[in-house]
Design a protein around this ligand. Sequence first.
Ligand code: ZN
Length: 469
Amino acid sequence: MRIAIGGIGHETNTFSTLRTSIDDFHVRRGSDISDDGFWAEAGGGDVEWAPTLMASASPHGLVEEQAYTQLRDELVERLRDAGPVDGVYLALHGAMEVEGVGDGESDLLRAVREVVGPDTLISASFDLHGNVAPDVVAALNIMTALRTAPHRDGGPTRRRAVAHLTRCLREGIRPVCEMVKPPLLLPGEYAITEVEPSASLYARLPEIESLPGVLDASLFIGCSWTDGPHTSPAAIVVAERDRGLAHGLAAELAQAVWDRREDFGPDVETLPVGDAVDTALSAPERTVFISDSGDNVTAGGGGDNPDIARRLIQAGASGAVVAGIADAEAVRSCSEAGVGATVSLSVGGKLDAVNGAPLDVVGIVQHLDEPADTQVATVQVGGVEIVLAADRRAFASLGAFESAGINPLDRKVVVVKLGYLFPELRDNAPRAIMALSPGFTDLRMGSLPFERVARPLYPLDRDFAWSAA
Ligand SMILES: [Zn+2]
C-alpha cells in the first residue's frame, strides 16, 4: 500500500505582537522525511511511503498568510505529484492560526481532502495542546494525540496514528471520529498529566480504547493562548464503525473533564514575581528553578522580558542565572567585545515591548558559545549571570545550558522562560516555583484580552451550566 506523509505544525499564540514567518519554519521534503528510520519500522514491509512536505515552527505569534499558503501549496502539489495513495498520514500540532485564513488545520485538511478525494483514509497525530475545529474532525478518519504533558510520548503517538491507518487499510475499516468539547480554558501548566485530576482522566484513554469497536481515544487540553472560536479542551473517540459509540464515549470523557474543572491547577508553587524571587533566594534547597511563566517561549512568549533579572540584581542576588533572554543585538555586542571584556548593554524588552522594558546593565562577558558565530553569550552582572541568546530559546534541558557554560544545578536560582519544567529539569530540580509574570503566555486567564473565543467559557464566565448530553 502507498501512504503519503506530510504536515504543517504550529501552536499559535495570538496574544503575541510578533508574527511567525516562513523563516521560522523548519521544513523537510521528500526523502529528508522518509529517511528517518521511524518509517521503515512503523509501516511494516508492505508500505511504500510517499513523503511530501513536513514543516513545523516553535510556538509564536500568528502565522503570516504568505508563509502558510506557500507551505500548504507545496504540500498539496507534492501530494498531487505522488499520484494515487491509499492513505495519508499528517503530523499536526493543532492550534495553528493564520492571518487572513483562520484555523490553519481546517484549511490544510480541506486542501488535502480535495486532492485525495473522499475515500482515501487520512490519519493525523496531534499535540494535546491543540485546539480542534469541527471541520478537522469531519475531514479526518483517524486522529490521536499525545497523552503526556510535559511531553514524553512523541514517538508512540506518531506510531499509533500510523498503526491505526495501516490496520484500517489492511482490514478495510472506515473509522469514524467524534468530538465533544467542554467549554473551558485550560492552560497547559494546569493540566500536568502526571498529577490529578489529569492523571485519572488520561488513565481512562487506554480503558476506552480497549473497548470493542473502539480504535483510539484522545483528550486535548487545548491552547489557551490562541484566541479563536475553537479554543477549548476536546474529548475525541475514534470508533471502527459505530458513530453513536464514539460520540457516547467522547461525551462521557468531556463531562468528566467539565466536572473536574475546579480541580485543575499548577502542581508547583505559584507566586507573584517579587515573592517568587524572594522565596527562591531564601530557600534552603541548593537550587531553585523559577519559571517566568508569562514569557514562556515554548508557548509563544516573546522571550525577552528582563524583569526577573532586574529584580535579582536589585536584590543583590548571588549564584543566580537567568536563561535566556532573546536579544540578538546584545549577543553581537558581547561577541565583538570578547570573553573577559566589560560591556554596557540594554537587554531585552524589545520583542515583547508590551510587558517588558529594556534593562540597562554593565557586566563582564563570561562565556560565548562560539566566538566566531556567537548564538549564546553569558554576561555576569554582579551575582547574576544573564544568558543572552540570538533567538528565542528555551533552556529546557540540563544540556541546553552547556551553550551558556553553566551547570544549572550548581547555581542557587535558575530562571527559565518556561511554564512547567520540561522532563529533565522537572526530574532534577530540587525545587520549582512558577512566577505568575505578565506576558503573552500569562497564566491569569482573566488578564488576557480575549475577543474571539466562544462564550460562555469557564473561567472567564462562571455562572453557567453545561452538560455533555
Ligand atoms: Zn504541547
